[in-house]
Design a protein around this ligand. Sequence first.
Ligand code: XBP
Ligand code: MG
Length: 254
Amino acid sequence: MEALIFDVDGTLADTETAHLHAFNAAFAEVGLDWYWDEALYTRLLNVAGGKERLLHYWHVADLECANGSCIHDVIEAVHAVKTRHYAARVSGGGLPLRPGIARLMAEAHAAGLPVAIATTTTPANLDALLRAPFGPAWRERFAAIADAGTTQVKKPAPDVYLDVLRQLGLRGANCMAFEDSANGLRAARAAGVPTVVTPTAYTAHDAFEGALAVLPHLGDPHTPIASPVEGEAPGWVDLMTLRRWHRHALSATA
Ligand code: XBP
Ligand code: MG
């Protein structure tokens, strides 16, 4: 196992409620009488990418528009306002990392194991979320980053994972991915990356066949998880566990 590749939204942190509130704040600010509740947003999350999600909602809601160009302009404008609201909500440490993330990244750093990010979210969201836990130089923690600024085609397409693998100079099979959603799992698997899934309430209903493991989160000494293996003590996922799971995954495909 030569690198860890993390998704962001739902994986590094449980961010989608903050995204939802930011979308609704943007609708109100621009004067759109739209409101997304959690049930609708959970369904809309099947479309990765905030701009793509807005366009999907526009078509599903069969909304009027003078001509095709206005849809594009409205979506760009609404999404820029939404990104400002999201950054305001999560910057300054408003949203903690999920259990095990900081610990696993520290273990990887101590072991000299590269850590990367493969996300469909907007670059500005990364800075707002990661500046607090990792400091202003947070980008130095990551050997490679692919996001909506570097890669146009969103998950479940593998593009962000292929971009990260190209930057790392590694094969997908030699890495480990961490995701929260079916779209993310499909993207990582399409790039050949063995994947551990830690769903959130928004994605708990997704289907995760092909995942190496599906866990409530990665755990920590103070927030242990029930062991994924019957009879093993509750605990947390550390590098040794991941290397063991990765070896099993490689031998299963050999
Ligand atoms: C999840 C997404 C993003 C966020 C909203 O990204 O699909 O679109 O929901 O962020 P990840 P934007 O791949 O990290 O799970 O509005 O910036 O797209
Ligand atoms: Mg995600």
